[in-house]
Design a protein around this ligand. Structure first.
Ligand SMILES: CC(C)(COP(=O)(O)OP(=O)(O)OC[C@H]1O[C@@H](n2cnc3c(N)ncnc32)[C@H](O)[C@@H]1OP(=O)(O)O)[C@@H](O)C(=O)NCCC(=O)NCCS
Length: 172
């Protein structure tokens, strides 16, 4: 299977993040320390960006993983981590949508989501799934407002803590 073209986000540029942008991605993750602390209890470690680029579930091929950067006039302002055909064919799993703190609440997240829906649909995806931690009600509100529905609850086991999460799905 070939690598798909890119989602088109109104007012921003997008690119797949590979080795050359890893330092920019690391900087973005560190600017978004609030989110990492909320989810894991720790700030991002110095290899967080490099790890994110290669993290896939067991037996899932790296070619079905896409880390996409969104650049505005202020530089790398948001990042997306997506898995194609996970956990099943035609389902795309959104592991991360992260907008820089100073850019939140101004519609960028919504524009990225709209771009992703079009792009994923264009590549045969029929649903987007994700999880949101119970301690992140702002994000839950964002997803529900954009049509995601809760399809279950789960426990997310991290290194040294367990999060309760809502499992959400948007049919495309
Ligand atoms: C959730 C997120 C991707 C939304 O992107 P965004 O550009 O802020 O979203 P928009 O401007 O299109 O919409 C704003 C809505 O986002 C939600 N939101 C979540 N966290 C927010 C924050 N820190 N600041 C502002 N809005 C936030 C709210 O629901 C807000 O709506 P409200 O006006 O009802 O409060 C973004 O806020 C973010 O990156 N948050 C931190 C990381 C995160 O929680 N990601 C989701 C993981 S499941």
């Amino acid at each position: 299977m070939t690598t798909p073209d890119l989602p088109v986000v109104e007012g921003a540029l997008t690119a797949f993040i590979g080795g050359s942008a890893v330092a920019e991605l690391q900087e973005l993750l560190e600017r978004c320390e609030d989110f990492e602390v909320l989810v894991t209890g720790h700030p991002p470690d110095p290899h967080a960006a490099a790890d994110l680029l290669v993290e896939v579930p067991p037996d899932h091929p790296l070619r079905d993983k896409f880390v996409i950067g969104v650049w505005t006039e202020d530089g790398l302002t948001a990042a997306v981590d997506l898995l194609r055909d996970f956990p099943a064919q035609h389902i795309w799993y959104l592991g991360l949508l992260l907008v820089a703190p100073e850019a939140r609440g101004s519609g960028l997240g919504e524009r990225i989501l709209e771009a992703l829906k079009t792009w994923i649909r264009g590549h045969g995806g029929r649903a987007i799934r994700l999880v949101v931690q119970d301690q992140n009600p702002d994000a839950l509100r964002f997803w529900l407002r954009h049509g995601f529905v809760q399809i279950g609850k789960a426990a997310q086991e991290l290194m040294d803590r367990t999060n309760q999460v809502a499992r959400l799905e948007l049919k495309l």
